[in-house]
Design a protein around this ligand. Structure first.
Ligand code: NAD
Length: 290
């Protein structure tokens, strides 16, 4: 397949490399002038998109996605698919989809989970919104870049799934960390707490698969001095998108809001920037009640 790939950063570069390795004809563009093994380098986003059957974008945010969409959609031929894998706001995803449709193309929003490790290993999970036919076109590419693609419904629903999942994740991680800090103060051993909770009704991915307490549970960023992993600032980005969507949809999300505020404080005013999002545990450890 002839593929244009715009945005060759931490995630985009390994994703594009995996597509090229699988035999696809990939032309990439990044404003930072990044070059990727096996991927032809274009001089502009338009040039990377021109003649492509699928144009993939992996960009920092919705505002940049809209700028790039303005550049690439006019260069795409009718029937081509614009596949955005970035995490962006639901409104931008839906606006770009309408713009693509008006130009005779189709768009999919397909944010991912799995992080840089998943992008390198080709084991990402894609949450996809958009038309069936476009999903079918992109399916073989999802199979190369990832291990699972869930078609969540019409345009925007991929982003909706991503932010709802990460709102649960952010809130669950915080409460798991505060529970460990409370257990410390109550004299409850962390290993005992893990042994009970991981097999009781308080279990979660944050506790069982990504335990924030060093030396407890499976190996996680806590065992590597809280080097990410999933950086606290990326969690903050996703929680802000969730709150933006909640406001637009008039949804009541008090715990999501509290989680966003805590990560905001952690990243902007404390030492959270550049640390894993589970480093909330050492944060709570040093604090008292109220
Ligand atoms: P990144 O900053 O490493 O990469 C983004 C790339 O886009 C950069 O190389 C930048 O130069 C390029 N870019 C910016 N503006 C451009 C433009 N106008 N035209 C062409 N290229 C442009 O970010 P990343 O970590 O690769 O993340 C990409 C997206 O994936 C984000 O939306 C992020 O939220 C999401 N995501 C990241 C992770 C992760 O662990 N890093 C996990 C899941 C989802």
């Amino acid at each position: 397949m002839k593929i244009g790939f715009i945005g060759l950063g931490n995630m985009g570069a390994p994703m594009a490399a995996n597509l090229a390795k699988a035999g696809h004809d990939v032309t990439g563009f990044d404003t930072a002038g990044v070059s990727v093994d096996g991927v032809a380098q274009a001089g502009s986003a338009e040039a990377a998109a021109s003649g492509a059957e699928v144009v993939i974008t992996m960009l920092p945010n919705g505002a940049i996605l809209r700028v790039v969409a303005d550049q690439v959609i006019p260069a795409m031929h009718r029937g081509a698919v614009l596949l955005d894998c970035s995490t962006v706001d639901v409104e931008s995803a839906r606006a770009v989809a309408e713009q693509a449709q008006a130009a005779g193309c189709a768009a999919l929003d397909a944010p991912v989970s799995g992080g840089i490790g998943g992008a390198q290993a080709g084991t990402l999970t894609f949450m996809v919104g958009g038309p069936d036919a476009a999903f079918d076109t992109a399916k073989p590419l999802f199979d190369i870049m990832g291990q699972k693609a869930v078609h969540c419904g019409p345009s925007g629903n991929g982003q909706a799934a991503k932010i709802c999942n990460n709102m649960i994740l952010g809130a669950t991680m915080i409460v798991t960390c505060e529970a460990f800090a409370l257990a410390d103060k109550l004299g409850l051993d962390r290993q005992k707490m893990f042994d009970v909770v991981s097999t009781s009704s308080g279990y979660s991915w944050s506790m069982n698969a990504y335990c924030p307490a060093p030396g407890v549970g499976p190996t996680s960023p806590a065992d590597n001095d809280y080097k990410p992993g999933f950086a606290a600032e990326l969690m903050l980005k996703d929680l802000r998108l969730a709150m933006q969507a909640a406001e637009a949809a008039d949804a009541d999300t008090p715990i999501g809001e509290a989680a966003m505020k805590l990560y905001e404080q952690f990243v902007e005013n404390e030492d959270g920037l550049g640390r894993d999002f589970s480093a909330m545990l050492p944060r709570f450890e040093t604090r008292g009640h109220g």
